[in-house]
Ligand binder design. Sequence first.
Ligand code: 5GP
Ligand code: MG
Length: 185
Amino acid sequence: MHSDLARVVITERALKQRVAEMAADIVDAYAGQDGGITIVSILAGSIIFLGDLIRQLPMRMRIGLVWVSSYPGKATGARGSVIGEANLPDLQGRDVLILDDILDTGHTLRLVQDRLHGAGARTVKTAVLLRKPAKAPPDVPVEFVGFDVDDEFVVGYGLDYDGLYRNLPFIAVLHPRLYESGCPT
Ligand code: 5GP
Ligand code: MG
């Protein structure tokens, strides 16, 4: 294992299995909807989840990409958020499925859900790979959850610390040594 990491919390194998189960749940939820769906994936943390999940969704789909900047660089905690649209199809009357890496305070998803309802989506559902239930607020509905995790800072499978570790095929906790210059959460 990489020396920057303290321990693996979700293995590559467990991720693969759970993402397949989530795909099956999503297929069931949209069964009979011939118009297909529009996936809106929140950059950059959701990129691996997006890639692995959509290849198991045999349905008509368009893909939109948005970014929300709430943890810029090594900043410790949210500094207010901006939402940007890297590529967003027309959402009027569409059934939209938002993908994000992790639901923590819900600030990011609340912002994106509001924006997509405002853009005229017919339905908005949300799938997150990870959720920190200690903080997840009740006013941010999330229909599909991969794993509940403890309230500690994790990296890998798309999630970064200072731009690094997104390419790890598993989810891990950073070595405490890396927090010495300031805890990322
Ligand atoms: P929220 O807005 O729900 O507080 O936080 C969601 C965003 O914060 C996630 O999309 C992610 O970018 C970042 N975040 C929250 N917790 C973690 C974590 O444990 N690890 C990493 N790498 N990012 C996190
Ligand atoms: Mg994110």
